[in-house]
Design a binder for this molecule. Structure first.
Ligand code: CTP
Ligand code: CA
Length: 223
């Protein structure tokens, strides 16, 4: 198991992965988004494929190629990602939510380009559906894994999300650390399980992190 040994320990398992940012339109030429590159989510999808899983990747707009062999559904907004995930999760054993979903969208999207006018502009935003939290309520025996990208109070914030969204494991990711987070090829994370146990990983490639996540998911699944 792990990065070097391509075992088939995920054969027969179906894994749903969300990845990338979402993009929330303001008008026909502008949007609200975030710095997610999609690299971590795509690495999870690739690692699961290498281990024999059947993988569906629901991805926001990114600039990287999806791993060959995955069923890929491209979405733009959080609402689209929500709709796609809610209609397909039933077929899956394991759901890994790596996407950086925008928490809010514009209350109304302007039909035409908003022209520059006064000194201030206020946009009204409304909350997006929380896909992970919704899945937490309906997941049954499925394994639900989330990510928690934080700039402060990493462990406290991650533990709160793990509990409130009824996840089985959360990947706590301090995005302020060098070698971690958005855009780079490495990451530094802590894996926190429902039973309170924690694994602090050193700086690793995103592929390496993906395999460690999958190792722990399998150990939760196999009790
Ligand atoms: N998530 C989701 N749908 C959302 C927001 C988040 O599915 N609308 C998922 C993310 O994919 C991630 C987990 O929930 O796996 C935690 O996301 P995060 O943004 O850290 O948590 P929030 O609950 O949105 O809290 P905040 O942004 O305030 O820290
Ligand atoms: Ca959020």
């Amino acid at each position: 198991k792990g990065i070097l040994n391509k075992s088939n320990d995920y054969e027969g398992l179906k894994v749903l992965v969300t990845a990338g940012p979402t993009r929330e339109p303001i008008d026909p030429v502008r949007y609200i988004s975030n710095h997610s590159s999609g690299k971590m989510g795509y690495a999870v999808a690739k690692a699961a494929l290498e281990r024999g899983a059947c993988v569906k990747l629901v991805t926001g707009p990114v600039n990287i190629a999806p791993p060959p062999g995955a069923e890929v559904v491209c979405v733009t907004t959080a609402v689209e990602m929500h709709n796609e995930v809610m209609k397909s999760y039933g077929d899956f054993d394991i759901i890994v939510m790596v996407a950086a979903v925008a928490d809010y969208r514009c209350a109304s999207v302007a039909e035409r380009k908003i022209k520059k006018s006064g000194e201030k502009l206020t946009l009204e935003l409304v909350k997006n559906p929380d896909i992970a939290a919704e899945l937490g309520k309906v997941k049954g025996s499925r394994i639900l894994v989330g990510f928690s990208a934080e700039t402060d109070n990493l462990l406290e914030n991650a533990a709160l999300k793990l509990a409130s969204k009824n996840m089985d494991m959360i990947v706590a990711n301090d995005v302020t650390m060098e070698g971690a987070g958005f855009g780079v090829d490495t990451n530094i994370v802590k894996l926190i399980k429902r039973d309170g146990s924690r694994i602090d990983l050193p700086v690793m490639s995103k592929e390496g992190v993906a395999h460690r996540i999958l190792d722990e998911v399998l150990s939760i699944k196999n009790g």
